[in-house]
Design a protein around this ligand. Structure first.
Ligand SMILES: NC(=O)c1ccc[n+]([C@@H]2O[C@H](COP(=O)([O-])OP(=O)(O)OC[C@H]3O[C@@H](n4cnc5c(N)ncnc54)[C@H](O)[C@@H]3O)[C@@H](O)[C@H]2O)c1
Length: 369
């Protein structure tokens, strides 16, 4: 029996709990605060996840005396669009909802971001609960209240900050998750250790393989630790005006790689983050903030887990000039200066604004391997 773990995201009257357990679908009505006050539930999921949760929703319907309807969207990033945002709003409104309707979002980060945005604007705001079903969404996107859809000008450019009422993380649901997606979640777990907790990194060095093979005890520890780190940061800086930016560690370089490959399946977000973190660590050492030992440690861990971490592992080749062009697409570029989250040591970040682009060119010419 896996006991239910609880973490709190402290945001004053927008605070909420994150529960982590084996199968939280079966205790949904007990875990969602004020469940009896909701007039009805609208579950939003994607076609792939629906197959996994059909019976659980059916059982919830039987257990509670409320209307429970389900809306399905196509899986994949394309659903984070104006088209599906409109589709979803109209579908939900068709169900004659009121302000006491609870939206329940069951899926990965795509469904989470879209439903979060919808909840924040529908009837000027209805409550929603996150039930993340990918490792990445469990440790990252379901926590912190960033919602978004994409624009033709870039990813996540249209969105709100809107916190869920609770986050319910079930481990069982991960059994069907493809290995590539598990690895993507691990990228974010590793990121938390590198930016804020060297002991967690040392623990991951020993136990990383247990996480990517979904061994329950280690998985719970890693998810809990990751959610604790993220919720602590979000509690200090909900709207990313300061410290929350450290969560972008590895993402600026990673985003350039995703942008260069057209955000295609050639390299998934988490996979690009592994490459991005490696470049960020090397850039830290290149600028003499960090050291060579950090690079070695990272390489060893990647090799140990057989995780690709170099551009050549994906047969990708960029010139420094091309790479910088894609770095500039990142929306975090302010006043045309590039900004990087770097490491002084594992667990200690620094925010670096690049004033001398020649340095970056010199670095990239040697390190885009
Ligand atoms: N809001 C935030 O703070 C935040 C943070 C990080 C990422 N994101 C966003 O999250 C999105 C990526 O999320 P993701 O990686 O979860 O991708 P995703 O939501 O596209 O899910 C990946 C695939 O896995 C399938 N899937 C989901 N759960 C499954 C399960 N249990 N078993 C089998 N298949 C399953 C989905 O149908 C989908 O095809 C991106 O749009 C990104 O921008 C948001």
């Amino acid at each position: 029996m896996v006991k239910i773990n609880e973490i709190k995201v402290n945001l004053g009257n927008r605070s909420y709990p994150i529960y982590i357990g084996n199968d939280l679908f079966s205790s949904f009505e007990k875990l969602v605060e004020g469940f009896s006050n909701y007039s009805g539930l609208v579950v939003v999921t994607d076609n792939q996840v629906k197959k996994l949760i059909n019976e659980k929703i059916f059982s919830l319907k039987k257990r509670c005396d409320k209307s429970v309807s389900i809306i399905c969207l196509p899986p994949g990033e394309n659903s984070k669009s104006f088209k599906y945002f409109e589709f979803l709003c109209e579908k939900i409104l068709e169900k004659k909802i009121d302000r006491k309707t609870l939206l329940v979002c069951i899926g990965g980060g795509v469904i989470g971001d879209l439903v979060g945005l919808t909840a924040s604007v529908l009837l000027r705001g209805v409550d929603f609960v996150q039930m993340p079903t990918t490792l990445l969404s469990q440790v990252d996107s379901s926590v912190g209240g960033k919602t978004a859809i994409n624009s033709k000008f870039g990813k996540n450019l249209i969105g709100t900050f809107y916190q869920p009422k609770s986050v319910l993380i079930s481990l069982n649901i991960l059994k069907s998750l493809p290995y590539r997606q598990i690895i993507c979640g691990y990228a974010e777990i590793l990121k938390y250790s590198l930016i804020s907790d060297n002991n967690f990194f040392l623990w991951l060095k020993k136990n990383g393989h247990k996480i990517i093979t979904l061994e329950k005890t280690s998985l719970i520890h890693a998810i809990k630790k990751s959610c604790e780190i993220k919720s602590k940061i979000v509690s200090k800086d909900e709207k990313e005006t300061g410290i929350r930016e450290i969560l972008n560690f590895g993402h600026t370089f990673g985003h350039a790689i995703e942008s260069q490959t057209g955000f295609s399946k050639k390299i998934l977000h988490g996979e690009a983050v592994f490459l991005g973190m490696f470049l960020a660590i090397k850039f830290s050492a290149f600028l003499s903030f960090g050291n060579e030992k950090m690079i070695e440690n990272y390489e060893d861990h990647m090799k140990d887990l057989k995780i690709p971490f170099r551009l050549s592992d994906y047969n990708l080749r960029f010139t420094a000039k091309e790479f910088i062009k894609h770095l500039r697409f990142d929306k975090k570029v302010k006043n045309s200066k590039l900004k990087f989250i770097l490491l002084e040591q594992y667990g200690k970040t620094l925010s670096y604004i690049l004033y001398n682009e020649k340095l970056l060119i010199k670095f990239l010419e040697k390190n885009l391997e």
